[in-house]
Design a protein around this ligand. Structure first.
Ligand code: DP6
Length: 341
């Protein structure tokens, strides 16, 4: 990106901040029809995690010679910075802005461990960078743009329970809220069995999905799973919800395990937790599991049961800690840190 820019910024700096929540997918996104634009093979449904937050500040400056990125006070270089720079290039092209940016991000949850940190990261970055660059975008446009950074980030733009319509191309592949956060008092109790960075990124996994002979089964049945999950959420029907959410998670992991090379995201403790959840549900508890691209187990339950479930999960060997979250709102702009007194 060449230096110099003819946009007029009062103090030379164009700055904005935004927060976004990660989301947990109930019907999963795994495999792209277009890897560059992140157009998925099938739609997906998720819930924003309101207690987990990423806050990102973006400052474009005429005199910066490159983009810089800090996450939780550590400077990030290499592939992660390049990915962020490529995303900012899209915003620079749309806004005709030629400044590099300083990006400062903070999260209150472990990143890279199957808690969809890239979704919250790119949703917050998208909103802050678009605002700082002077782009006036509505939520549909922001969702579409966030998708270019990380597919699942498009689901962290709208509030509550969200469906990503796969679409056929850039224009129609974006996410919409299907119910607000207060529609259903679900709690995600995330049983952390590992906080290290995951070994295989989702981006690599999406590309490998095409090598699995099970991928056609995963995608061809997706419309049914989406309909069943949407209906269960709208009717707050936990039994049907639990069945479809667990089937979908197991199906996605079957695709992962049967890719070449195979990807095993589960750790032994993950399986112990899943089998325990099955037993608890057989005893009549409203509880079910789902896992993203990592070993930590998202245990979904209702708010009246969550304290009990957290306590029980904490006693399973291998569970390091349990993080909880209720449904969350949309990505939104924030005051700049220098404005906060
Ligand atoms: C397993 O959105 O992280 O969490 O588009 O490469 O950033 P990129 O992938 P990402 O994939 C998420 C995969 C998943 C399932 C889901 O969230 O739907």
């Amino acid at each position: 990106m060449p230096p110099g820019n003819d946009r007029k910024a009062e103090n030379g700096e164009l700055k904005a901040a935004a927060i976004a929540h990660p989301n947990i997918a109930f019907i999963k996104y795994w495999g792209n029809a277009d890897n560059t634009l992140n157009i998925p093979l099938n739609g997906s449904i998720s819930m924003n995690l309101g207690d987990l937050v990423t806050r990102t500040e973006v400052a474009f400056q005429p005199h910066y010679e490159q983009d810089t990125l800090s996450i939780n006070d550590s400077y990030i270089t290499g592939a992660s910075l390049e990915r962020v720079s490529r995303f900012l290039d899209i915003i620079r092209e749309l806004s005709e802005l030629k400044f590099f940016a300083r990006i400062t991000s903070e999260t209150n949850f472990p990143i890279g461990a199957g808690i969809a940190s890239s979704a919250a990261a790119f949703a917050a970055l998208c909103m802050a960078a678009a605002e700082a660059a002077g782009l006036k975008m509505d939520d549909v446009e922001l969702s579409r743009l966030a998708r270019r950074g990380s597919g699942s980030a498009c689901r962290s733009i709208p509030p509550g329970f969200v469906e990503w319509h796969a679409g056929a191309g850039d224009q129609d592949s974006c996410a919409y809220s299907i119910a607000p956060p207060d529609h259903w008092d679900l709690v995600d109790c995330i049983a952390i069995v590992q906080t290290d960075h995951k070994s295989v990124s989702s981006s690599v996994g999406h590309a490998l999905a095409h090598t699995s002979p099970l991928l056609p089964a995963f995608t061809s049945d997706a419309v049914r799973r989406l309909a069943d999950c949407r209906k269960a959420i709208l009717e707050r029907d936990f039994d049907n919800f639990a069945g479809i959410v667990e089937t979908d998670s197991n199906l996605m992991h079957a695709v992962m395990i049967t890719s070449t090379p195979p990807i095993f995201y589960w750790e032994p403790a993950s399986l112990v937790i899943m089998k325990t959840i099955t037993r608890w549900r057989e005893k009549g508890l409203a509880v079910c599991y789902t896992l993203d691209a990592g070993p930590n187990v998202h245990v979904l339950t209702t708010s009246d049961l969550s304290a009990h479930i957290v306590n029980e999960l904490g006693q399973i060997p291998g569970v390091v800690r349990v993080i909880t979250s209720k449904p969350g709102g949309e990505a939104r702009l924030q005051n700049l840190s220098s404005d906060q007194s």
